[in-house]
Design a protein around this ligand. Structure first.
Ligand SMILES: NC(=O)C1=CN([C@@H]2O[C@H](COP(=O)(O)OP(=O)(O)OC[C@H]3O[C@@H](n4cnc5c(N)ncnc54)[C@H](O)[C@@H]3O)[C@@H](O)[C@H]2O)C=CC1
Ligand SMILES: O=C(O)C(=O)Cc1ccc(O)cc1
Length: 365
């Protein structure tokens, strides 16, 4: 039986633990600095054994998964390198930035440790074990960054362990990973927070301003509600790439400002058109707007009872809705209702039944 240790049982560590538990042959030890987290994990059957000592747990491990904040996972790997290990151990992590942990892994002294970096590209604005879910990583990309020493067999072992996640594994260098996630994940978080800060600043002049914030502002700033501690850590760990993207962004905004003030209407139209074309061409998400859920977008009219009619159809079919949101329903206009479901099969059934009643239903907004 393989002994697997997960250090850091939060949103990501807890969600991976729920998947690894599907392997009945695995003995799963959870390590966390918070006692209440360990108790929760034991009580909910997420782990087989709890330990507050990384060192004690690591001595028993065949595989170790580091799922603490990025800088803490780097420290844990460093600590592991100082331990006297009796057997070979395969170590992976889930850090959103790969450079610092990869550099640490590349300079390990112990020949017992084989490191394959990992990053499941799915998550949520929530944190902690209570928010963990087994299906969090379904259909997500799971990036692996193996060090040179890792063999094909090590990669296969890791992929087998994580097969319950139903994610798609791809291999990248840490450098490529950090540049790409800088563009599509880390920098957008900064922009979301900056937009909220801008609104907050202007609210001092216009106290009614937050009430005007429509669907667009809410959609683009959703991720500003994420865990500030985690994102502060990510920004610092990916500091160099963030600095390049900031320079890029400032230049782009300066260009835009010039086009606007000099009345280059055609160029601005082309700029927006090109962005729309690129955005429309992005591969559709297979999962919901709220991570872990499956969404449907239903066109509805602004008539009394329109919302209730949709909900009644879904309820009469015996299908449970876990979240409802009205997007851009303005007087006299058609609006869009976002319904979220816990499972894909419920989402598809609801789509079918609503279409029978003549509704226009999309899986993508
Ligand atoms: N939240 C997200 O959406 C995603 C996060 N990640 C990465 O996953 C990692 C964990 O993030 P979350 O699970 O969201 O955070 P979290 O805050 O939910 O969980 C972190 C856990 O680590 C524990 N911890 C902290 N220091 C520790 C230490 N020295 N030893 C043992 N346990 C320790 C905390 O008590 C907590 O339970 C981070 O590296 C993050 O970059 C990766 C993909 C998505
Ligand atoms: O909620 C979202 O949109 C996210 O951005 C989730 C997320 C957060 C951190 C990661 O490293 C990967 C994915």
């Amino acid at each position: 039986m393989d002994t697997v240790v997960i250090a850091g049982l939060g949103l990501i560590g807890g969600s991976l633990a729920r998947n690894i538990q599907l392997h009945k042959e695995v003995h799963l030890i959870g390590v966390d600095q918070k006692d209440s987290t360990l108790q929760y994990a034991l009580q909910h059957g997420i782990i087989d054994e709890a330990s507050s000592s990384f060192q004690a747990a690591a001595q028993k491990a065949d595989i170790i998964l580091l799922a603490a904040p990025v800088s803490k996972s780097v420290e844990l790997l460093k600590e592991l390198d100082t331990m006297k290990l009796d057997k070979k151990v395969l170590v992976t992590d889930v850090s959103s930035v790969k450079g610092p942990i990869f550099r640490q892994a590349a300079s390990l002294r112990s020949d017992k440790i084989v490191f394959i970096g990992g990053h499941p590209m799915a998550g949520s604005h929530k944190h902690g074990i209570e928010a963990s879910k087994a299906h969090l990583f379904e259909n997500a990309i799971y990036v692996l960054t193996p060090v040179q020493r890792a063999k094909e067999g090590d990669l296969d072992l890791l992929k087998d362990l994580l097969d319950g996640t139903k994610s798609t594994f791809i291999t990248l260098s840490a450098e490529e990973h950090d540049e790409m996630t800088g563009v599509v994940s880390h920098f957008p978080h900064l922009i979301a927070s900056a937009l909220v800060q801008q609104a907050k600043k202007w609210e001092t002049k216009h106290s009614f301003l937050p009430k005007l914030a429509a669907g667009g502002f809410r959609d683009i700033t959703r991720i500003a509600s994420s865990n500030p501690g985690m994102w502060q850590d990510i920004f610092f760990q990916n500091k160099e790439k963030m600095a390049v993207l900031l320079d890029d962004w400032i230049e782009e905004m300066q260009n835009f400002r010039k086009l606007l003030l000099e009345d280059h209407r055609q160029e601005i139209h082309a700029y927006l058109e090109e962005a729309k074309h690129y955005r429309d061409g992005l591969e559709p998400r297979k999962k919901g707007a709220i991570p872990g859920y499956y969404d449907l977008y239903v066109d509805i009219t602004d008539r009394p009872g329109a919302l209730q009619k949709v909900l009644t159809i879904v309820a009469d079919a015996g299908l449970s809705i876990v979240n409802i949101q009205i997007l851009e329903l303005r007087e006299g206009l058609t609006g869009v209702l976002r319904l979220s479901f816990a499972e894909q099969k419920i989402q598809l059934k609801a789509k079918g039944v609503l279409e029978v009643f003549g509704y226009e239903v999309k899986i993508e907004d």
